[in-house]
Ligand binder design. Structure first.
Ligand SMILES: Nc1ncnc2c1ncn2[C@@H]1O[C@H](COP(=O)(O)OP(=O)(O)OP(=O)(O)O)[C@@H](O)[C@H]1O
Ligand SMILES: [Mg+2]
Length: 234
Protein backbone atom coordinates (compact mmCIF):
# COMPACT_ATOMS: atom_id res chain seq x y z
CA UNK A 1 0.00 0.00 0.00
CA UNK A 2 1.26 3.44 -0.86
CA UNK A 3 1.44 6.49 1.31
CA UNK A 4 1.04 9.43 -1.05
CA UNK A 5 3.64 12.00 -0.14
CA UNK A 6 3.39 15.54 -1.43
CA UNK A 7 6.52 16.68 -3.25
CA UNK A 8 8.76 19.20 -1.47
CA UNK A 9 7.21 22.66 -1.34
CA UNK A 10 8.12 24.83 -4.29
CA UNK A 11 8.09 21.88 -6.69
CA UNK A 12 5.81 22.45 -9.64
CA UNK A 13 2.92 19.98 -9.62
CA UNK A 14 2.95 17.93 -12.83
CA UNK A 15 -0.27 17.57 -14.78
CA UNK A 16 -2.12 14.44 -13.96
CA UNK A 17 -4.63 12.45 -16.00
CA UNK A 18 -7.13 10.71 -13.75
CA UNK A 19 -8.79 7.81 -15.56
CA UNK A 20 -11.90 6.18 -14.12
CA UNK A 21 -12.22 2.61 -15.38
CA UNK A 22 -15.95 2.31 -15.18
CA UNK A 23 -18.98 0.32 -16.22
CA UNK A 24 -21.97 -0.57 -14.07
CA UNK A 25 -22.06 -3.91 -15.84
CA UNK A 26 -20.10 -6.36 -13.73
CA UNK A 27 -17.36 -8.59 -15.04
CA UNK A 28 -16.49 -6.65 -18.20
CA UNK A 29 -12.79 -6.27 -17.34
CA UNK A 30 -12.49 -3.06 -15.29
CA UNK A 31 -10.01 -4.55 -12.84
CA UNK A 32 -8.07 -6.32 -15.60
CA UNK A 33 -7.77 -3.16 -17.69
CA UNK A 34 -6.86 -0.93 -14.72
CA UNK A 35 -4.03 -3.18 -13.56
CA UNK A 36 -2.62 -4.26 -16.93
CA UNK A 37 -2.75 -0.83 -18.57
CA UNK A 38 -1.25 0.79 -15.46
CA UNK A 39 1.69 -1.60 -15.67
CA UNK A 40 2.33 -0.70 -19.30
CA UNK A 41 1.98 3.06 -18.66
CA UNK A 42 4.42 2.76 -15.76
CA UNK A 43 7.19 1.93 -18.24
CA UNK A 44 7.12 5.59 -19.30
CA UNK A 45 5.20 7.46 -16.60
CA UNK A 46 4.64 7.68 -12.87
CA UNK A 47 1.44 5.77 -12.27
CA UNK A 48 -0.89 5.22 -9.32
CA UNK A 49 -3.72 2.68 -9.19
CA UNK A 50 -6.52 3.40 -6.73
CA UNK A 51 -9.11 0.82 -5.69
CA UNK A 52 -12.44 2.16 -4.45
CA UNK A 53 -14.32 -1.11 -5.00
CA UNK A 54 -15.58 -2.98 -1.91
CA UNK A 55 -14.74 -6.22 -3.73
CA UNK A 56 -11.06 -5.17 -3.54
CA UNK A 57 -10.06 -7.26 -6.57
CA UNK A 58 -6.98 -5.15 -7.20
CA UNK A 59 -6.00 -5.46 -3.53
CA UNK A 60 -6.09 -9.22 -3.89
CA UNK A 61 -4.14 -9.02 -7.14
CA UNK A 62 -1.58 -6.66 -5.56
CA UNK A 63 -1.14 -9.04 -2.60
CA UNK A 64 -0.53 -11.92 -5.00
CA UNK A 65 2.05 -9.78 -6.82
CA UNK A 66 3.84 -9.12 -3.50
CA UNK A 67 6.40 -6.38 -4.14
CA UNK A 68 6.47 -6.82 -7.92
CA UNK A 69 3.92 -4.14 -8.86
CA UNK A 70 5.62 -1.63 -11.19
CA UNK A 71 3.30 1.20 -10.10
CA UNK A 72 2.14 2.71 -6.82
CA UNK A 73 -1.01 1.24 -5.41
CA UNK A 74 -3.59 2.58 -2.98
CA UNK A 75 -6.15 -0.04 -1.99
CA UNK A 76 -9.44 0.24 -0.08
CA UNK A 77 -9.76 3.97 -0.66
CA UNK A 78 -12.71 6.24 -0.04
CA UNK A 79 -13.39 7.97 -3.38
CA UNK A 80 -13.17 11.39 -1.69
CA UNK A 81 -9.41 10.93 -1.64
CA UNK A 82 -9.35 11.48 -5.40
CA UNK A 83 -10.39 15.11 -5.19
CA UNK A 84 -7.59 15.59 -2.64
CA UNK A 85 -4.96 13.98 -4.89
CA UNK A 86 -4.46 17.16 -6.89
CA UNK A 87 -4.27 19.27 -3.71
CA UNK A 88 -1.62 16.92 -2.41
CA UNK A 89 0.22 17.69 -5.63
CA UNK A 90 0.99 14.02 -5.75
CA UNK A 91 3.54 13.32 -8.39
CA UNK A 92 1.71 11.07 -10.87
CA UNK A 93 1.10 11.46 -14.59
CA UNK A 94 -1.59 8.78 -14.68
CA UNK A 95 -3.98 7.72 -11.95
CA UNK A 96 -6.21 4.76 -12.82
CA UNK A 97 -9.20 4.10 -10.60
CA UNK A 98 -10.80 0.68 -10.50
CA UNK A 99 -14.47 1.20 -9.76
CA UNK A 100 -17.31 -1.08 -8.64
CA UNK A 101 -19.54 -2.84 -11.14
CA UNK A 102 -22.70 -2.94 -9.04
CA UNK A 103 -25.66 -0.59 -9.01
CA UNK A 104 -25.55 -0.36 -5.19
CA UNK A 105 -22.24 1.45 -5.49
CA UNK A 106 -23.47 4.20 -7.82
CA UNK A 107 -22.61 6.92 -5.27
CA UNK A 108 -19.00 5.72 -5.16
CA UNK A 109 -18.81 5.73 -8.94
CA UNK A 110 -20.31 9.23 -9.12
CA UNK A 111 -17.68 10.59 -6.73
CA UNK A 112 -14.93 9.04 -8.86
CA UNK A 113 -16.40 10.44 -12.08
CA UNK A 114 -16.63 13.92 -10.51
CA UNK A 115 -12.87 13.83 -9.98
CA UNK A 116 -11.94 12.14 -13.28
CA UNK A 117 -10.49 13.56 -16.51
CA UNK A 118 -11.56 10.58 -18.60
CA UNK A 119 -13.75 7.49 -18.30
CA UNK A 120 -12.49 4.27 -19.86
CA UNK A 121 -15.46 1.96 -20.28
CA UNK A 122 -14.65 -1.69 -20.95
CA UNK A 123 -17.40 -3.78 -22.52
CA UNK A 124 -17.56 -7.43 -23.48
CA UNK A 125 -19.13 -8.56 -26.78
CA UNK A 126 -22.31 -9.87 -25.21
CA UNK A 127 -25.82 -8.58 -25.88
CA UNK A 128 -26.50 -8.48 -22.13
CA UNK A 129 -23.68 -6.00 -21.61
CA UNK A 130 -25.12 -3.40 -23.99
CA UNK A 131 -27.96 -1.89 -21.94
CA UNK A 132 -26.04 -1.50 -18.66
CA UNK A 133 -23.16 0.06 -20.59
CA UNK A 134 -25.42 2.54 -22.38
CA UNK A 135 -27.07 3.41 -19.05
CA UNK A 136 -23.66 4.06 -17.47
CA UNK A 137 -22.83 6.37 -20.36
CA UNK A 138 -26.14 8.24 -20.53
CA UNK A 139 -26.83 8.58 -16.81
CA UNK A 140 -23.40 9.00 -15.29
CA UNK A 141 -20.75 9.91 -17.86
CA UNK A 142 -22.36 12.05 -20.57
CA UNK A 143 -24.12 14.44 -18.12
CA UNK A 144 -20.69 15.28 -16.69
CA UNK A 145 -19.36 16.06 -20.18
CA UNK A 146 -16.47 13.80 -19.31
CA UNK A 147 -14.23 12.59 -22.12
CA UNK A 148 -14.79 8.88 -22.51
CA UNK A 149 -14.19 5.86 -24.69
CA UNK A 150 -15.62 2.36 -24.80
CA UNK A 151 -13.01 -0.40 -24.90
CA UNK A 152 -13.92 -3.76 -26.38
CA UNK A 153 -12.62 -6.57 -24.18
CA UNK A 154 -12.58 -10.37 -24.45
CA UNK A 155 -12.71 -10.33 -28.23
CA UNK A 156 -12.41 -13.97 -29.32
CA UNK A 157 -10.28 -14.16 -32.47
CA UNK A 158 -11.84 -17.56 -33.26
CA UNK A 159 -15.30 -16.03 -33.69
CA UNK A 160 -15.56 -14.83 -37.30
CA UNK A 161 -16.30 -11.10 -37.66
CA UNK A 162 -16.88 -10.61 -33.92
CA UNK A 163 -14.53 -7.62 -33.72
CA UNK A 164 -15.91 -5.93 -36.85
CA UNK A 165 -19.51 -6.58 -35.80
CA UNK A 166 -19.01 -4.99 -32.39
CA UNK A 167 -16.96 -2.10 -33.70
CA UNK A 168 -19.76 -1.42 -36.19
CA UNK A 169 -22.41 -1.67 -33.47
CA UNK A 170 -20.59 0.84 -31.26
CA UNK A 171 -19.91 3.22 -34.17
CA UNK A 172 -23.20 3.26 -36.01
CA UNK A 173 -26.08 1.77 -34.07
CA UNK A 174 -25.05 2.95 -30.62
CA UNK A 175 -23.01 5.97 -31.72
CA UNK A 176 -20.64 5.90 -28.77
CA UNK A 177 -16.98 6.90 -28.83
CA UNK A 178 -14.65 3.93 -28.69
CA UNK A 179 -10.98 3.24 -28.58
CA UNK A 180 -9.38 1.94 -31.77
CA UNK A 181 -7.47 -0.57 -29.66
CA UNK A 182 -9.16 -3.54 -28.01
CA UNK A 183 -8.33 -6.49 -25.81
CA UNK A 184 -8.60 -10.06 -26.95
CA UNK A 185 -9.49 -12.96 -24.71
CA UNK A 186 -6.39 -14.75 -23.47
CA UNK A 187 -5.77 -17.33 -20.79
CA UNK A 188 -2.83 -15.29 -19.50
CA UNK A 189 -5.27 -12.46 -18.77
CA UNK A 190 -7.64 -14.77 -16.91
CA UNK A 191 -4.79 -16.30 -14.87
CA UNK A 192 -3.08 -12.99 -14.09
CA UNK A 193 -4.92 -11.93 -10.88
CA UNK A 194 -4.41 -15.19 -9.00
CA UNK A 195 -0.77 -15.36 -10.05
CA UNK A 196 -0.27 -11.66 -9.31
CA UNK A 197 1.08 -11.21 -12.83
CA UNK A 198 1.14 -8.31 -15.24
CA UNK A 199 1.48 -9.22 -18.88
CA UNK A 200 4.02 -6.50 -19.56
CA UNK A 201 6.45 -8.25 -17.19
CA UNK A 202 6.01 -11.61 -18.91
CA UNK A 203 8.52 -13.16 -21.25
CA UNK A 204 7.27 -12.70 -24.82
CA UNK A 205 6.29 -16.01 -26.40
CA UNK A 206 3.41 -17.49 -28.38
CA UNK A 207 1.26 -17.71 -25.25
CA UNK A 208 1.80 -14.10 -24.16
CA UNK A 209 2.60 -11.98 -27.21
CA UNK A 210 -1.00 -11.20 -28.22
CA UNK A 211 -1.97 -10.05 -24.73
CA UNK A 212 1.20 -7.96 -24.40
CA UNK A 213 0.54 -6.30 -27.78
CA UNK A 214 -3.08 -5.51 -26.89
CA UNK A 215 -2.18 -3.86 -23.61
CA UNK A 216 0.63 -1.89 -25.25
CA UNK A 217 -1.75 -0.58 -27.93
CA UNK A 218 -4.32 0.53 -25.35
CA UNK A 219 -1.68 2.36 -23.30
CA UNK A 220 -0.37 4.15 -26.42
CA UNK A 221 -3.86 5.23 -27.41
CA UNK A 222 -4.56 6.60 -23.92
CA UNK A 223 -1.27 8.50 -23.99
CA UNK A 224 -2.29 10.07 -27.29
CA UNK A 225 -5.83 10.84 -26.14
CA UNK A 226 -4.83 12.29 -22.81
CA UNK A 227 -1.68 14.17 -23.74
CA UNK A 228 -3.58 17.51 -23.54
CA UNK A 229 -4.28 16.66 -19.90
CA UNK A 230 -0.64 15.92 -19.35
CA UNK A 231 0.45 19.21 -20.84
CA UNK A 232 -2.12 21.08 -18.77
CA UNK A 233 -4.25 22.09 -21.78
CA UNK A 234 -7.14 19.69 -21.02
N1 LIG B 1 -9.17 -10.17 -22.04
C1 LIG B 1 -9.44 -11.14 -21.16
N2 LIG B 1 -9.09 -12.43 -21.42
C2 LIG B 1 -9.37 -13.40 -20.52
N3 LIG B 1 -10.01 -13.21 -19.36
C3 LIG B 1 -10.37 -11.95 -19.04
C4 LIG B 1 -10.12 -10.85 -19.91
N4 LIG B 1 -10.61 -9.73 -19.33
C5 LIG B 1 -11.14 -10.11 -18.16
N5 LIG B 1 -11.01 -11.44 -17.96
C6 LIG B 1 -11.49 -12.23 -16.83
O1 LIG B 1 -12.89 -11.97 -16.68
C7 LIG B 1 -13.24 -11.87 -15.32
C8 LIG B 1 -13.85 -10.51 -15.06
O2 LIG B 1 -12.83 -9.52 -15.29
P1 LIG B 1 -12.61 -8.33 -14.26
O3 LIG B 1 -12.59 -8.84 -12.86
O4 LIG B 1 -11.45 -7.56 -14.75
O5 LIG B 1 -13.97 -7.54 -14.51
P2 LIG B 1 -14.60 -6.33 -13.64
O6 LIG B 1 -15.35 -5.49 -14.59
O7 LIG B 1 -13.55 -5.70 -12.82
O8 LIG B 1 -15.62 -7.12 -12.69
P3 LIG B 1 -16.44 -6.50 -11.45
O9 LIG B 1 -17.55 -5.69 -12.05
O10 LIG B 1 -16.93 -7.69 -10.71
O11 LIG B 1 -15.48 -5.64 -10.67
C9 LIG B 1 -11.96 -12.14 -14.52
O12 LIG B 1 -11.94 -13.51 -14.20
C10 LIG B 1 -10.86 -11.79 -15.51
O13 LIG B 1 -9.66 -12.51 -15.25
MG1 LIG C 1 -13.46 -5.38 -10.74
Amino acid sequence: MTEIDPPPSGTRAPSMALIAVANQKGGVGKTTVAMQVAAELSRRHRVLVVDVDRQESTVWWAENARDLLPFDFAGSQHPNMLSRLRDLRADYEFVLVDTPGSLEDTAVLETVLDAADYALVPVTPEPLAVDPTLRTLSRLIEPRQLGHGVLLNRIDPRVPHQLQTWQGLLNSELGVPRLESYLRQYKVQADAPVLGQLVTSMRRNRRTEGAIADIAAIARELERLLSPALTGAW
